[in-house]
Unconditional design. Structure first.
Length: 327
């Protein structure tokens, strides 16, 4: 119970600090003209500051590290503290890649290679899917120990894939940040059930920092999170969906990992599949995403965001239910 109280107090601190820092980032972006210009794929009609991820990152990292060294370091066992620090460091590098892309437009190949390299290092340091457990129906389940190469491949694909899935779904005001909030909250509950308190601590900070940013990113947005924000949040969610759903024996319940992030992952998967079927490059931007298709069918911007977020909340609730009633 005391740990829950600490998480609530921590989340309030992150929420208010992020909410306080974002206006300064907005002013900085306007002063230096770090803006995102409208085009045929984007919904905003005027240039908007695109480095909101800096506010999310500062709000999270300042409060999280302060809380860790002041309180949580003495509460967490060594393995939980280690996973917290590992994800902090790895997500920092993902943020740097995205933020540099916001500033200088890095090549897609450089970004991809960098993401893979960081993910491989994270795997080597212990952030990995080694043994998988799928148990959706209670009576029907199986556990499988992955060979090393398959573990590396699956972990890397998941970390890089989810990171980019969050980036890709960030196409409407408040969409990606809303998905992040509900998915992170789901991971908090799942992590607590698996006694992964370090992951619960980290996920609480992610949810709170995203919630603090939502005020400025909801329709009509005053600021965009940019690649810095989406890479940071995406990698954090990808990592936490692994560590939070892994029990003390190192067995990862990947069905729970998938359900908490199913919307962005399925959106990215279907978009790539459609592009390949049409003979187009898989990473060529277009209007095939779920939010574009709903808009084209006549839904308004706010209703599209609400519909997708409600469906994500439904899947997250299912993951939480399965976590507490089957695992």
């Amino acid at each position: 119970m005391m740990f829950i109280i600490l998480l609530v107090a921590f989340s309030i601190c992150v929420l208010f600090f992020t909410n306080m820092i974002v206006p300064y980032v907005l002013e900085y972006g306007n002063n230096f003209r770090i803006i995102d210009k409208p085009d045929s794929r984007k919904q905003h009609k005027i240039p908007i500051v695109r480095i909101g991820g800096l506010g999310i990152f500062i709000g999270f990292i300042f409060c999280s590290l302060s809380a860790y060294f002041l309180v949580f370091k003495s509460v967490l066992v060594e393995s939980q503290a280690n996973i917290f620090i590992l994800i902090c460091i790895a997500s920092l590098f993902f943020f740097i890649i995205g933020f540099l892309d916001d500033l200088f437009k890095l090549s897609p190949l450089f970004r991809l290679v960098s993401e893979i390299a960081i993910s491989l290092i994270a795997w080597e340091q212990g952030l990995r899917i080694s043994v998988i457990d799928i148990n959706l129906l209670g009576d029907i389940s199986f556990t499988y120990s992955l060979p090393t190469l398959l573990s590396i491949l699956l972990t890397t694909i998941w970390l890089v894939g989810v990171t980019n899935a969050i980036n890709w779904i960030d196409g409407l005001d408040g969409l990606a940040i809303g998905v992040t909030i509900s998915s992170a909250i789901g991971i908090v509950f799942i992590s607590l059930n698996f006694y992964q308190y370090g992951s619960a601590f980290f996920a609480t900070g992610i949810a709170a920092s995203a919630l603090g940013f939502l005020k400025y990113n909801k329709y009509p947005a005053k600021i965009l999170m940019g690649d810095g924000g989406s890479y940071f949040l995406g990698f954090s969610l990808a990592s936490l969906s692994i560590s939070g759903a892994t029990n003390s024996l190192g067995i990862t319940s990947i069905d729970l990992s998938f359900l908490t992030l199913a919307i962005p992952v399925l959106d990215m998967t279907f978009v790539i599949f459609r592009r390949l079927c049409e003979g187009n490059a898989p990473f060529l931007p277009d209007r095939k995403h779920i939010h574009h298709r709903l808009l084209d069918r006549g839904l308004s911007h706010p209703k599209t965001v609400i519909a997708i977020n409600l469906f994500n909340i439904l899947l997250v609730c299912l993951a939480i239910f399965l976590s507490y009633n089957i695992y």
